[in-house]
Structure formats: C-alpha cells, structure tokens
Design a protein around this ligand. Sequence first.
Ligand code: AP5
Ligand code: MG
Ligand code: ZN
Length: 216
Amino acid sequence: MNIILLGPPGAGKGTQAKLLEQGRGMKQLSTGDMLRAAVAAGSEIGLKAKAIMDRGDLVSDEVILAVVGERMSQPDIKAGVVFDGFPRTPAQAEALDGMLAARGQKVDAVVEMKVEDEELVKRISGRFTCAACGKGYHDSFDKPKKDGICDVCGGSKFIRRADDNEKTVRDRLTVYNKQTAPLVNYYAKRGNLHSVDGMADIKVVTASIGRILDGI
Ligand code: AP5
Ligand code: MG
Ligand code: ZN
C-alpha cells in the first residue's frame, strides 16, 4: 500500500510516518530528510539544496525526482511507502503516478492533515529530533519520557533544523499554500483524498489515519 501524507510544515507528517513504520511495517520516504542527509554529506545535491531549504523555497522538481527515483529503485521499498513531504507540486504528483504505474502500483490513499497556521508556527519553533533514529520531539507537547534520552533508541544526541525559525516557517507556509495546496484538488478528483484533524493529539491522529487505511 502506498500512501501520501499531505500537509503544511509542522502538520505532523514526519511524526505520523514514523508511527506507521513502527505500527504497520511501511517505509517512510521523506524528501526533506533525504535532502538534509545530502546537505550533511556535502554531496552535489546537498550543496545545491541547502540555500533553497534555508529560505523555505522548493528544491527543483528535477532534483527531487532524481532523488525519489533512486530511492524507489531500492528493493526494501517495494511493499509499501508512506510519502512524507512528497509530492509537493503537480509535476511531482504526475511523476509519482508514473513511477508507481511502472511497477503495477498506485497511490492508494492521500491523507490531508489539517492544522491552523498559528499552531504550525508553535509546533515548529519547539521541534527537535533524535540524531540517531530521527524520532521527532517537541519542547512543550512531545518530550522524551526521560529527559535527554530518546524513547525509541536510547540516543542522547538531538538536533534542530536550520529552517525551523518563525520567519522561515511563515515563508514555507506561503510556499505550501501556493505550490502544494493545489494537490488537494488533484487527489480529490481521483477520489482517493481523505482528511484528518491534525490539531488533535498525536495518538488521536494516528487512530484516524489507521481507520482510513483499514477502510481501503
Ligand atoms: P520537509 O522536511 O518536508 O519539511 P515540511 O514539509 O516543512 O514539514 P516539516 O517536516 O516541518 O513538518 P512535519 O509535517 O513533518 O511535522 P512533524 O511531524 O515534524 O521539507 C523541508 C524543505 O526541504 C522544504 O522547505 C524544501 O525546501 C525541501 N523539500 C522537501 N521535499 C521537497 C519536495 N518534494 N519538493 C521540493 N522541495 C522539497 O511535527 C512538527 C512538530 O510538532 C514536532 O515537534 C512534533 O513533535 C509536533 N507534533 C506533531 N504532531 C502533533 C500533534 N498532533 N499535536 C501536537 N504536536 C505535534
Ligand atoms: Mg517532516
Ligand atoms: Zn532515537
């Protein structure tokens, strides 16, 4: 099963994608995480992407599709993917349809995560993640059970993203509304769009997504 988590920055896409990996054995494909890994490694793609990401713009479709195409060719991802932060433009959505069709698959469900703007800014401003396993946390809403120790892997090193400040979040929101929000209609027309209240508690959101996946 292939699903897309569609929503603005801070909607909880990464949080829920990780939970779907743990709960359902699906694979998360996060273009944001892949780009950040490229930046950290200092690769050619990373060098191109860094300044664009830091100001909250979209990396070009060409670069994104090359990165996703490469990942999709790996065997561990054949059984089912949770797309997190991809697609973000109509061109990416069409390319994804093509990649999946080539292997006899399709997008089985698109889950739109709805969250109000001010809540998004609050969430992103307090966010940090485990450097070892990528589990996401928040200074106020989602702290590790034991201070300084990751709940999932026991790691003790945490990182904060360069684009997680109020100014860049607002720019990312503008970019989302202009370039990515049209995908809601794109998938609504195909009849596979579902919406969840992303303002609810993390566990409640997980349960809502679970009900959608169980129903298809
Ligand atoms: P990307 O990494 O995809 O960032 P994003 O879309 O801006 O989304 P975030 O990762 O900020 O939010 P999220 O929805 O994952 O929320 P999270 O679960 O962490 O992209 C970064 C950049 O890379 C882009 O700006 C662009 O430059 C580039 N890029 C990436 N993909 C691209 C593409 N396809 N095309 C072109 N460019 C691309 O949750 C946020 C916080 O809230 C956490 O602290 C979490 O603990 C907390 N939280 C989560 N759920 C809840 C809840 N229900 N209640 C309370 N708190 C919650
Ligand atoms: Mg994310
Ligand atoms: Zn961890």
